[in-house]
Design a binder for this molecule. Sequence first.
Ligand code: SPV
Ligand code: MG
Length: 600
Amino acid sequence: MPSIGPVDAATRYWQTQRSSKLMPISNRVTPGERISSLRRIIATQGYAVIIEAHSGLSAIVGETARAEIDGATKEYDGLWESSLTDSGTKGLPDASIVGPESRLHTIDEIIHVTTKPVIVDGDTGGETSQFDDLVIRLERLGASAVIIEDKVFPKRNSLDASASQELEDPVIFAEKIQAGKSATVTDDFMIIARIESLIAGTGLQDAMRRAELYIQAGVDGIMIHSGRREPDELFEFAQAYRPLCDRLGRRPLLVSVPTTYNHHPDEALVELGFDIIIHANHLLRASHMAMRKVAQLILESGSSFQADSICSPVKEIFSEVGFDTLAAKDRQRNAMLRLPVIIPAAGRDPIFPEQPKSLIDVAGRPILHHQLESIRKAGLKDVVVVRGHEGAQFDAYSEEANLVLCDNPSYAQTQSVDSLMKARTYMAQGFVLVFSDLLFDQEILGQLVRTDKDIVLAIDNSYTYHRHDVDKRLDLVVSKKSFQTQFRSLSPEPVTELARIGKTIELDTADYEFIGIAFLSEQGAKILQDTYDDCMTRSGSSFHEATSFSLAKMTDLFQELIDRGFPVHGLEVSKGWREIHTRQDLEIAEAEMAALAQRN
Ligand code: SPV
Ligand code: MG
């Protein structure tokens, strides 16, 4: 039998909890963190390489792309939300036709599914007031920068050499930059000016003059664009940029979009002084070519069979967009609904000696009937009853669908733990424990099963309001938060970690009573069984409140788990249950049910 030393097993438990629960948090980013991350990357790495995205899926592809080079992993530093590819995706030309609302929708779509910095193509920025509004919205979304070009609205894409390109008056454009800067909330959000002199053919001198004006206006970066394959003037600009900045006393970032001159590698552009390199349209162009190929192939071959080899498998798309995670959650939920409910019902109660407690009639039906009704309303199906005293009376239930009868022949010498363990073959996926003397609403089961804890007991504190009238032995509970005085006045958390459980706790010390329903996840059930097995090997004298381990009650075993460092939680429920301890309880329950039936 494996020995699970108290410390070892609990330490292992906490380690697995930490590693499994931190993952989703590290995968999220706040707008503020995302905005500043672009500057941070450039400050630490010296440059940033950006890939275009035009949709959520293309953004995921860009964000997750990896290359192993000389033992190091390379990835993109951020995403470019391009007007060319956003328009192209919609089947429209890049000519100020797709409006800002639509563009913002795409940007939001990209930001929603990624964590990397996003640089937005702001076209001309529109009028000053429109640009202000764009800046406010982009900063709030978490984009790191917007690039606006010094052309006149409506602009035409810069890569079409035949298009006539009209440039904006640089003084007016500089004012737009200033207005945009004053609309920002943080210093992190960047406004980058894109100089189109080399596209419009007005030459290097014009480009340099514009750069000076824009730098003086407070711009955070300059993008110098060229549609040439050998952009000599652009390289000259890059060389003259450093002395210009030295003269002006500040050097905004320098940005390159090497679509036409991409035989000059990124590294060479960084050498020339570029800080940001944007590969501006490649994911759209790649998907366009792939789509055309596949569309044609299916037509030619009369089936999609041959196209399969050049399409991503559906499963890959599923996992790319998080369908896998969602399906895993569904599976988890369905597994929850398949959880067995185990009812230890073997004991003999001296107040009701003639019957198993489960089969006492309340309002004309045995307690077990009421329990099965609530269990099934909660969506749980499988029920295991452990019988002992007057066990043959359960024979009437042997044909009941999804109900298993288990025997505890030693019931007269043992207590609830022993009975529960007679059903251990049903615990592999976790289980719900229900005491046999309890009437309860289905909501309690649903709430318990939905907590993300491994061992959760339904607890109620209503007895504390009349604790001095309590005349029966309750399963009392002390929660950990009762040690933390600062929490006492706050509204109670529904789930709380427990410190003590047992019948001999002083009524004044306890916060809650355990009502007799508990949920144990797969891991919780394993911990419970391992602990039980370990205690069996050591059993001898007393075990918590029991005089021997074989007489242990569930409260004793739960206390043992707490002492070993496994978290046992309580979920607060304040109504919807009644236990039948005495004949008076029976009368009260019947009266309550009659009142309820009348109301309905
Ligand atoms: C874009 O990607 O939309 C750009 C860059 O503005 S370019 O197409 O080269 O003008
Ligand atoms: Mg553009």
